[in-house]
Design a protein around this ligand. Structure first.
Ligand code: EPU
Length: 273
C-alpha cells in the first residue's frame, strides 16, 4: 500500500476519487477488515479506511424508526444503540464483527436473515466521482452478496420501536446461537459460503479438517468454517489451508464451496472500490 487515508468528510472522499481518475491508482475500501484477506506483499495504491465515518442519526415516524449511519460505524455500536433505545430489527447481527459499510457490501447476516432485509437506501460514491442514492430494490441481493459497486458512504436502516429488555434478550439469544464459533480469536469470520441447505463447517469436520494447521494458521477446533491465526499466520498459510479444505470437500463429498471471505489484490479477485 502506498497511502492510507481515513477521511471524515464526504468532500475528501470525492476528492480522492477525482485524483484516482486523474492518476489511475487503485483505491481499496476497508471497514473493520473482518472479512478480507490481504496479500503478504500488501496492496498497491490507496487504502481508504472508514474509521472516521461514524456519524449516525435517527428519523422517527410513528411505528417506523429510520437509523441513518455512515459506513464506518461498527456493528456492535449500532446494536448497543438499538438495545439502549429499544429499537428492534438488527438483533440477528449480534456477534458479527466489522462495520456497517462492509456488512452491506457483503450482505452480512445469519442463516435466517441478512442486512438487506433492513436496508432502505444507500448513498454510494461511484467511480465517476458522483454520489448517488440507491433504494434497496435497485440492487440484486443474494446470500452474502450485493450487486453494489463503489464506496458505501451512508446507509439508512429500517427498524421498529420495541423495549430495551426485549431487544437485549433477543441479542443474547443470537449470541447463544453463535456460541460454537471461536470467540476472541483472530479470524475473518466464516471462510466458506454454505452450500445450499448444508453447513460448510459440518462438512469440513466430516472430512477431517478440524485443527488442520499450516504455518501459523489452523482450522478452528470449535467450528471448521473458521480459520484462526494462532501464530503470526501469513496470507499464504491461510490460502494453503483454504485450498486443502476445498480439495478435501471436492474429493470426499463432491462439493465445491465458494469463498465468503474476500481475497484482495494478488490473493484473488476482490476489486478496488
Ligand atoms: N457444525 C459441525 N462442525 C463444525 C461446525 C458446525 O458439526 O465444525 C454443525 C453445528 O453443530 C450445527 C450445524 O453444523 O449443528 C450448523 O452450524 P452453525 O449453526 O454454526 O451454522 P453455520 O451454517 O456453520 C451460519 C453462518 C454463520 C452464522 C451462523 C448462525 C455462513 C457461511 N455461516 O453458519 O455466519 O453465524 O450460521 O446463524 O452462512 C459468517 O457469515 O461469517 C458466519 C459466521
Amino acid at each position: 500500500m502506498e497511502a492510507f487515508v481515513s477521511p471524515a468528510l464526504i468532500e475528501d472522499i470525492v476528492a480522492l476519487y477525482r485524483l484516482r481518475n486523474r492518476y489511475g491508482f487503485p483505491i481499496w475500501a476497508l471497514g473493520g477488515g473482518s472479512n478480507v484477506l490481504v496479500p503478504d506483499r500488501g496492496l498497491p495504491g490507496v487504502l481508504l479506511h472508514t474509521a472516521n465515518l461514524q456519524q449516525q442519526w435517527v428519523e422517527e415516524r410513528g411505528a417506523c424508526v429510520t437509523l441513518i449511519a455512515e459506513s464506518g460505524v461498527p456493528l456492535h455500536r449500532l446494536l448497543a444503540r438499538c438495545s439502549a433505545e429499544g429499537w428492534t430489527g438488527l438483533e440477528f447481527m449480534a456477534g458479527i464483527p466489522g462495520s456497517l459499510g462492509g456488512a452491506v457490501f457483503c450482505n452480512s447476516g445469519t442463516k435466517m436473515q441478512s442486512i438487506c432485509q433492513r436496508l432502505r437506501w444507500v448513498d454510494v460514491i461511484e467511480s465517476d466521482e458522483a454520489v448517488r442514492r440507491y433504494s434497496n430494490e435497485e440492487f440484486a441481493w443474494s446470500y452474502r452478496h450485493c450487486s453494489l459497486r463503489g464506496f458505501v458512504y451512508r446507509v439508512a436502516l429500517e427498524l421498529e420501536p420495541s423495549v430495551p429488555a426485549t431487544v437485549r434478550r433477543r441479542i443474547r439469544e443470537c449470541l447463544k446461537d453463535r456460541s460454537r464459533q471461536p470467540q476472541g480469536r483472530k479470524t475473518a469470520g466464516c471462510v466458506f459460503k454454505n452450500p445450499d441447505g448444508m453447513s460448510a463447517g459440518r462438512l469440513l469436520e466430516e472430512c477431517g479438517c478440524k485443527g488442520l494447521r499450516i504455518g501459523g494458521a489452523r482450522v478452528s477446533p470449535s467450528h471448521c468454517n473458521f480459520i484462526e491465526n494462532i501464530e503470526n499466520a501469513a496470507s499464504k498459510d491461510i490460502l494453503e489451508l483454504i485450498g486443502i479444505c476445498q480439495r478435501r470437500l471436492r474429493a470426499e463429498k463432491h462439493i465445491d464451496v465458494g469463498l465468503e471471505v474476500q481475497l484482495l489484490g494478488e490473493c484473488g479477485d476482490g476489486c478496488p472500490a
